[in-house]
Design a protein around this ligand. Structure first.
Ligand SMILES: CC(C)(COP(=O)(O)OP(=O)(O)OC[C@H]1O[C@@H](n2cnc3c(N)ncnc32)[C@H](O)[C@@H]1OP(=O)(O)O)[C@@H](O)C(=O)NCCC(=O)NCCS
Length: 169
């Protein structure tokens, strides 16, 4: 059984740890090692994560095995993104050994329930255009609604698809 808990500031080192274990595997063939290091620092430093939770109203959910202290991965989301009835999924990462076992579906469903209860009508996210997670999102009911190239500084670019999924009220 899987338990999903809402993270607090105390869990931020764990979230960073999962990201550092998962990113090389996820982006090793897509991004340069320099860009991976740059983005991890930008998004997962203690300061960056604290700002996301306390100021940007990102909520992190952590999936763990119910029977043990083994952590599997996390999702972060933001309700009412840019004042719209849309819940933005900012991050979803499962440890390599925990992928392909239905945990990603559980996390997306959980965010969907929370978003619906909050009267949001859509889930939205950005995904790298070369990430095979796109097929997972399509399976979850998302479709591509746009493309975005985002300059993140130091000469690095995020080449994303924007995807959305309508929620049933
Ligand atoms: C993407 C990710 C969150 C998906 O979670 P997961 O637990 O591995 O996926 P699930 O096992 O819940 O899969 C749910 C469904 O999607 C399908 N699916 C998952 N990955 C897929 C893929 N790469 N291609 C096609 N289908 C896929 C599964 O077959 C399953 O279908 P089913 O329910 O009909 O059997 C996870 O694999 C992960 O963390 N990947 C690395 C990090 C990453 O890329 N994150 C996204 C950044 S934007």
């Amino acid at each position: 059984m899987i338990t999903i808990i809402q993270a607090t500031e105390q869990d931020l080192p764990l979230i960073r740890d999962i990201a550092y274990q998962t990113w090389p595997n996820t982006f090793g063939e897509i991004l340069s090692p320099d860009q991976i290091s740059y983005m991890l620092e930008m998004m997962y430093s203690q300061d960056a994560l604290t700002t996301q939770i306390n100021e940007k109203k990102h909520v992190f959910l952590i999936a763990k095995n119910t029977d043990s202290t083994e952590y599997l991965g996390y999702v972060s989301y933001e309700l009412d993104y840019t004042g719209k009835p849309l819940t933005k999924i900012h991050k979803i990462y499962l440890l390599p050994a925990s992928q392909g076992k239905g945990v990603g579906r559980l996390l997306i469903d959980q965010v969907g329930h929370i978003a619906t209860a909050h009267h949001n009508t859509h889930l939205g996210l950005n995904v790298n255009r070369y990430n095979k997670a796109i097929q997972f999102y399509e399976r979850m009911g998302f479709s591509v609604v746009g493309t975005e190239d985002i300059d993140i500084g130091d000469g690095f670019l995020m080449e994303d698809f924007v995807m959305e999924k309508p929620l049933n009220p």
